[in-house]
Write a protein that binds this ligand. Structure first.
Ligand code: NDP
Length: 235
């Protein structure tokens, strides 16, 4: 990548997304650090050193997505990081609305943002898409293992990340020349939910894993699911 490469990060005002924006700026990218709240978001990204520009982007709002794509113009790296975790762990007791809200952001938001920025990414010499997923979206664990490993993360959340993983694979198949991968960041201390708020994991460590996928060479993998430290995660 040249030092004029550009990257856009969704949900860059805090947590893992803010750290991804910071590290990409350190790598010499022009970073469009986006957030849904125009005032709080702009204030939050103002402190990130480097060529960092704030863009208002609510991934669930089609007008906001279209305006952001128009404002950004050129793009080499898209990091779909914005995500929410709502609702309980047991799907048998879940409110359908929790699933709807979760999918609006974690699945439909990624589709809307990715498709809006595809024309710009197609003009890039080295287009990269990094989807911030979760190990809790993996289908390989038994229900008991998954519950223990995730501390009972929401059923809506976990299944939304499973869908995101599938979408990652399908984009990789549909976009020759791109590198499209999903990242399992590991449990990190962020505002995502109560458990994350009490976690020890440093969000910057997970962000480094995302940046590694953003910097993949043309011989790098595509359509993969990787942990923050580069191991392959089973779908
Ligand atoms: P945070 O809650 O700290 O950050 C989530 C970010 O997403 C915030 O910037 C939030 O903005 C933004 N966001 C939510 N909804 C929207 C929307 N509609 N449009 C634009 N931005 C939105 O959590 P994390 O940093 O932990 O989460 C980042 C990603 O990492 C998520 O995809 C999450 O699923 C994933 N992840 C996190 C793990 C962890 O342990 N922390 C583990 C596994 C995966 P606002 O401030 O306005 O709410």
């Amino acid at each position: 990548m040249t030092n004029t490469s550009t990257a856009l990060v969704t949900g860059a005002n805090k947590g893992i997304g803010k750290q991804i924006a910071r590290l990409l700026a350190e790598e010499g990218f022009r970073v469009y650090a986006s957030a849904r709240d125009p005032q709080r978001g702009a204030e939050a990204v103002a402190g990130i050193p480097g060529d960092v520009r704030f863009v208002q982007l609510d991934v669930t709002d089609p007008a906001s997505v279209a305006a952001a794509a128009k404002e950004v113009g050129e793009l080499d790296v898209l990091v779909n990081n914005a995500g929410i975790l709502v609702g309980g762990a047991n799907p048998a007791e879940a409110a359908v609305d929790d699933f709807r809200r979760t999918y609006e952001t974690n699945v439909f938001g990624v589709l809307a943002v990715t498709n809006a920025f595809l024309p710009a990414l197609r003009r890039s010499a080295c287009p990269r898409i990094v989807n911030i997923s979760s190990g809790t979206g993996s289908m390989t664990q038994s229900a008991a293992e998954a519950f223990a490993a995730t501390g009972g993360s929401g059923a809506a959340y976990r299944s939304s990340k499973t869908a995101l993983n599938a979408i990652t694979l399908f984009y990789a198949q549909a976009l020759p020349g791109f590198r499209v991968n999903a990242l399992a960041p590991g449990l990190r201390r962020t505002d995502l939910n109560e458990r994350a708020q009490q976690a020890d994991g440093d969000p910057a460590e997970a962000a480094a894993g995302a940046v590694r996928l953003a910097l993949l060479g043309d011989d790098g993998p595509t359509g993969g699911f990787f942990s923050w430290d580069g191991r392959t995660v089973p779908w």
